[in-house]
Design a protein around this ligand. Structure first.
Ligand code: AMP
Ligand code: ZN
Length: 114
């Protein structure tokens, strides 16, 4: 799937609705449509990269900034103190469904490893 058909590219360009949690010039964060916890937000680079194998295509500062935004979102939604998970499903065995790199920020309940 290329950028033209990518749903997260459409969300970032606001051609498709989402519940926006945070945005700046490089990174966009929105609520997961099928949240599995009280806090479940997806943090994506505006630039389309499919997965971790392509992360080298992002400027280093943007790759770092994804994690800074994950932390900002956690703070904004009140889960910093309680803790939260940051997860990337990468590839088939991880169940990756959307091939636009994204961090899941999940919190607000007790979490375990899968
Ligand atoms: P994965 O690729 O396994 O990390 O999963 C993709 C995630 O995107 C899932 O948790 C979906 O619920 C979520 N998702 C899919 N479509 C949308 C959408 N239009 N808006 C918000 N979240 C979505
Ligand atoms: Zn995309």
């Amino acid at each position: 799937m290329d950028e033209k058909d990518c749903i997260f590219c459409k969300i970032v360009r606001k051609e498709m609705d989402s519940k926006v949690v945070y945005e700046d010039d490089e990174v966009f964060a929105f609520e997961d449509i099928n949240g599995r916890a009280p806090v479940h937000v997806l943090v994506v680079p505006r630039q389309h990269v499919a997965n971790l194998e392509e992360i080298g295509e992002l400027p280093d500062a943007v790759a770092k900034h994804l994690f800074e935004v994950a932390s900002t979102v956690a703070e904004q939604l009140g889960v910093t103190e309680g803790g939260y998970a940051v997860r990337i499903n990468n590839g088939r065995d991880a169940g990756q469904e959307v091939f636009h790199l994204h961090l899941h920020v999940i919190g607000g309940k007790k979490l375990g490893m899968p």
